[in-house]
Every structure is written in structure tokens, then in C-alpha cells.
Design a protein around this ligand. Sequence first.
Ligand code: MIG
Length: 748
Amino acid sequence: MFGKLSDYSLDGQTLTLHYEKQTAYLQVLTADIINVFVPLYTEEHRSKAIEDNKELPVSVSLEKSASYIMLTTPSISCRIYDNFKLDFYDKDGTLLCADYRGNRIPRFQLQDSFIEFIKQEGHDVDMAGSMDYPVQSVKVLDQDDCIYGLGDKTGVLNKRYYEYENWNSDIPDPHEDCFKSLYKSIPFFIILKEKGLYGIFYDNTFKSYFNFGKENNGYYSFGSDNGNLDYYFIGGSSMPDIVSNYTYLTGRMPLPQKWTLGYHQSRWGYDSEETFRSLAENMAKYRIPCDALHFDIDYMEHYKVFTWNKERFDDPALLLSDLKKQGIKAVTIIDPGVKVEKDYPMYEEGIANDYFAKTPDQSVYVNAVWPGDAVYPDFGNPSVRDWWGNHLSFYVNLGVSGIWNDMNEPASFNGPLPDDVIFTDEDRPSTHKEMHNVYGHNMAKATYEGWKRLTGKRPFVITRACYSGSQKYTTAWTGDNQSLWTHLRMAIPQQCNLGLSGMAFVGTDIGGFGADTTPELLIRWVQVGCFSPLFRNHCAKGNMNQEPWLFGDEVIAIYRKYVELRYSLLPYFYDLCRVCTQTGLPVIRPLVLHYEHDEAVRNLNDEFLVGEQLLVAPVVEQGAVKRMVYLPEGIWYDYWTHKEYQGKEYYLVDAPLDTCPIFVKAGSILPKAPAQMYVGELDNPALILEIYPGEGSYVHYQDNGEDFAYEDGAYNEYCFTKNAAGSLETTMLHEGYEKYPEIILNYV
Ligand code: MIG
């Protein structure tokens, strides 16, 4: 396709390659990261995920040999051949990633006549045929390669042998393992090899396709209908290194407000002041710690965003301030769709300023969502983002503490928007086809930036749809799951892969959104969900309510136990968020992230790590009261009983309904807090350190948990180290905030 390499030149860290039929570029960004760019669509990258210039000065050399030229950085080298075939090597000369040179050989093909025949019975014929796209790359797969990442896709942790698409989709049907897309588009994956590993970030916002060995076991491919061939080869010496490098490029989650790590109660259908008051009363009555109640679309007037229903809410500002006295913050939903209605300010202002998406003939594009006929703010336009962000003052002034963005795939009641609807890409007109996958991203960016301007606090934004890099602006939930055991199981690999893909602050609807939960399912779900950064029970209108007190004393007691567990571990969760801001490593981690050489964890779907110190092996099978647990190398302690286990072994452990098996790594120093009903109930409480046998050290972070004063040094950083005699030494790495009145040492 490209022909022979006729000429090339290295300018700084960018290599320009002139082929007979095409010009291409390789840019060395860091020792580990090389961008591959073929301007098939625009001359520039126009990335939504990568915002600043990420090129760091590194030494780059170029050598010529008979059949290729070789670009070398301190860590990787790339051999460049005719026809734009590229092979990447690590610095020891091990081939990591080779372009595939052979013919495409689909594993199976069906005759057209037979396809028509089986379609008659209603089968969805899923051809594993050759995926040939105008923009694509096909690379060699080795026998043992495992593939991780790709955001919120359903199914198992290791994506090898499966195929996926990136097209943000609102799918209310039960999410199945075979779904190709869900709400999010995160075109980043990690290939873990028998020897070595690397990541690929394919920065293309058009509908994209990923075939990880389904077409043929010998190669994988990624491609799109349109856009540039623009991808980053990401090297690194370990999985954490690759995740760090990817988040160096696309950004890391900012430090959250501490209360956002508390418990959130939600339901679509909480629709009046009395409902919210009685929820708060029940939280107190049943002693369930709680930091937030969520206001779903029912708080609005006729589903008009930036309005509040006066009939069902006498005085929202008073309600919110009363809730706050009890420590409970309000999070309100905001959908993108703006109701078409004369004299409705959001509509009128948007029309007057030309802020909504247009049809190709330049009239305002109208579709239907909750408020009926609605128009779509053109969030790719910076002025629209400012306008939207400024209007958030409506919520700030009422006392709202966080914003939850829904329906921002964007969704409609009439299926996908047409490809040719006109949206803006910053300073140029674009189309829905190109901007669809970044609509949620741009909405989140508008929300984050507006909230920060208005409040000076760390914004709390939740989104359903997003793109790579959205972690800089928003947390996310996994959308409309259902009260099904399969969906509880799915929550683990889904959150692990989101974390590997940069989205560290995530959660699932605890108890399940659609369908009806059961007492047992709710309990097993809270045992998993209490480890998600976003810890929220949410369910759909029309289904059984799932507040914990509706299921009797046993459920309340067990539910409370896990909410309390979470509150006791809040300092640990907050530390993990701090670590994430610095390294990009997620809070919830698949075991393979830290034990990549252990084959037993490469396909492990029902256990996860919280940071490096905790391993959670929840029960995700109905009726099970024991389960098999795999512990990786090292010594581990049962969190509840302190029983010692030797790693690299399988164990059958007890897990009655009130027990979620949790293991603590030897040498751990777990920071804990005394019991509270909400974050900040106790003014500067003591820090408790739970100290496990074995050598170890731990860095702990402390600040006011709310604003940006830490950026000017208003924080403490402690390093706790256990010496050989077992006693603890504390070093202050940084001092800039009021210290703990007391640090309590609990030796296990
Ligand atoms: O079409 O706002 O995923 O969490 O409760 C349903 C109502 C719209 C979908 C979200 C869900 C939310 C619901 N929304």
C-alpha cells in the first residue's frame, strides 16, 4: 500500500518517512513511547486524550541497514521497512511487536447464501471474516500473548481471542459477554507476552474495531472507518510501567474530595423532598454510614436540565442544607439533552448563540430524550463548554456537591444519531461520526472545568460515556447492569480493565440497576462494591427498591459491616488515589498487574487487588459458602482471622454469607480511621496503623480532602518503616498540614 521507502529525515525526535505513495511519521516522545502517525485524514493529531506536548528530550539515533532503517531510543528500537512495516524491539533486542506480513486468513468463512438462510431464524450472524478497514494495523500474535485493557468491555479479563468495537452505546438490555461495545471508548490495550510486554494506544475517535486473534490466532488488528492511523507504541519493563506510561500520555485522575470515597445511596425514582428526608433518617436509624444521596432525573421540572421541581421539592436549598447537617451531600444528574421549549433559558440561550448540533442543512438538530424533543449541546466547541460550565452555578448555589452525567454517548430515544449531524471539533466543523466517541469526554471536561471555576473545590463528576483521557475530568460508573449473578461476576474484570485503561475511579451499581435484587445478591455485591472507588447502590425505577433496610435484620447487619469496613479503610483508599495521581496505577487491580510472571493469574476473573496490600476473593456464586482462592507469591494473612497462608497456592476458604475473604500481604501497614457516620464527622481523628508481620514500609498522605491547597504544599506525607526488630519508624517526607493528634499502632 505504501510502496518503497524512498527518502527519510530525522528532525529532532521526529522521523519523516517518504514512501512512494504515502508520507508517515515516527515521533519519539519518551524513551518508552513512540508515536506512529500516518496523516490519512488531518495533517495534525488533534488528540482529545493527550492535551499537552508530551515530548521529553531523549537521545534518538538512526541506523541504516540493507533492508530497513532503525530508530533507537534508550529503551526501544523500531525497524522500519518498505510498505511501512514496523517491528519494535526492546533494548536487549527481543522482538516485542511485529507487523504482520502474510495474507489475512480468517479462521472460518460462511457462504453468503448460508448466511441469508440462518438469518431467517433470527440469528445474528457474526462473521469472523477479514476485518479490512481503510485505516488499520495488523500485528503478529504469539501463542502465549494475553491482552488486557480496552476500558469497560464485557466478558473476561484477558481479551485474547475476542473482538470489540469502540462506539459509545447506551444498551439497556442485559450486558452480555459477547457485546462488542458499551458506553466507553478507550482504545488502549496491553499485550503481555511470555517474554516482554507492550501497550498500544490507538488514538482515533471514529468507530473502531479490535480483533484480538478471533479472525486468526496468528495476528491481531485494530482499525477504523476513517481518521488517521495514529497510534502509540508504549514500552516498559512491567505492567505497572506500561500503565504509568499510558497515563503519562493521557493524564491521571486528579485527587478527589475525600467524602466522594464514602458511601452513596441512589435510585431512579427518588422524587420528592420527603423521600430524601426519610432516606437520611433511615441511614441514621440503621447506622449505615453515608456521604451522598443521588438525585436522578426525577428532581427536575419536566426533565429540563438546570431546573428543580417546585411541587415535589418545597425548598431544595433548605433540603440540601439539612442533609448536609447530617453529613450527606447531594449529587445531581445532568443529561446533555436540552428540552425544546420557548422561554426556557438553556434552550433560548443555546439557540441564540448557536450552541447546539446542526443538521447538514444548518438547522438545529432535534431528537427525543427524557424531556421530549431535545437538542444537543455541541461540547466540542470551547464556548459551549464554558457556557455549560458557568450554568452549573445553578447547582452550586443550591448546595449541590457533585454532578452525574448520563446519556452522553450521546443517547437518544430513536437509536444512534445520524453520522452526518454537525458537531464542532474545537476550531473546525466536524461530524457526529468523528465526535460521537468524545461527546461524553467533552461534556465531562465542561463540567469539571466549570465546577472548579465556580467552587475552587476538587470537582466530583461521574460519567457514563467517555474516551481515553477522561480520567483527568471525571469518575465513571459502568452503566445499566442488572441484578444478575453474571453481572456481579462481570463487575470484577470490567473494573480491573477500566483501571488498566487509566479510569481508576469507577464503580458498578451495587445490587444491580435493572431487574430485582435478592438479599443474598445484594450482600455479595456490597462485599465487592465496598472496594470500588465509586461506592454506590443504585437501581432503576420500576424495580424493587434496594436500600439495605428493606431486607431484614441479617442483611442490614452484614451490609453495615461492609460499609463500615470501607469507612475504616478510607485512609487507605485516599492514599491509593494519591498514588494514582502520581503513577496512574488504579485502586482496583487485577492480580496480573503485580504478578505478571505468574501464569495462574493471567486469566483470573474473580479475585482482585486493592492497591498492593489487599487481595479480595469475593463470593460471586449464588449459594456458595466456601470458595477457592489463589494467592500469589509471598505470605498472606486472612484479614478477619489473621491466619497465615503461603502464596503460590490454591486454598479452599470459608465464606459464609457475612464473610468476604480478604487477604493482607505480609509486611503491610494498613492505614485506618476510627468509625464515622460520614467523612469528616470527627474533626482530625487519630490514624490507626494495622501492622502485619514481615518487613515493609508505607507512605501515607494527609490533607484537607477538599480543595487545591495541597498544590501549594498544604499536606503531610509520612513514611512508616518497620525495622528488623519490628518496631515502627516514622519519617516525615513532607510537612504542611495539621498532623494527627495520635497514631495508634495495632500489631497483628
Ligand atoms: O434511560 O436517569 O444509566 O443510571 O438511573 C434511563 C435514569 C436513563 C440511565 C442511567 C441510570 C439512570 C437512568 N438513566
